[in-house]
Design a protein. Sequence first.
Length: 256
Amino acid sequence: MLGNFLILFFTAIAAGSLAYFIPNWQQRYFKLVLVFAGSYLFAITVLHILPELFVGTDDATNMGLYILLGFLLQQVLELFSSGVEHGHIHHGGHHHHGLQSGVFTLMIGLFLHAFLEGTLLSQDGILSDHLHGHEGHSHSHGSNNLLFGILLHKGPEAFALVAVLVGSLKKRWVFVLLVVFALASPLGMLLSSLLYEQSFIGSGALRVIYGMVAGGFLHISTTIFFESSPDHRFHLNKVLISVFAFALAISFEMIF
């Protein structure tokens, strides 16, 4: 648990810090990174998260409803975050008199998204234990794959956050907000695990959250696909990157 906490935290810090040190970064390369991260996120959602949800539930219809609610919730969160979680970078977008409220709403949306995202890492092991009847079945390979997918998503997310804020706020405040964002997913992981261990929530509640986060992942990953080709033209490099991400996700899910 501590290892995952540190990995989540420092991945966000490192990726966000890159926006300081690469002021003249090329957006086309960033978009290719987003395509890879979005493709990998979509793959682990289909290969790992959705099977865990539907195999272990007695009511697939309700689980489908939770996934749809999560899809819609992510749409609402993006009204606050302006789509930073899937790489939207609006330079200078908060230079107006609404700077403080704009940053405040952006951080609310992004923090809530990252917090819910972090709950997956504690829930994945808990729900796997229930699915396999507490037989001590090792599911670490899937959890590691899920962690890797979240890290791939969190890196561009942190980079985009700093790129949005750096032109509007003093650097020390940008760093403070980056730290707040970096703590969101680890806190979600720790709090959900603590609430479960103290019997404040049960496996049923975890499944609801798990399904809603899965819906959010579907929204983010498919949005990245659509926005990577706004002209609806065939881009071979993006297709190859997606295929590579899918192959990598399949390999990690089956081998490790």
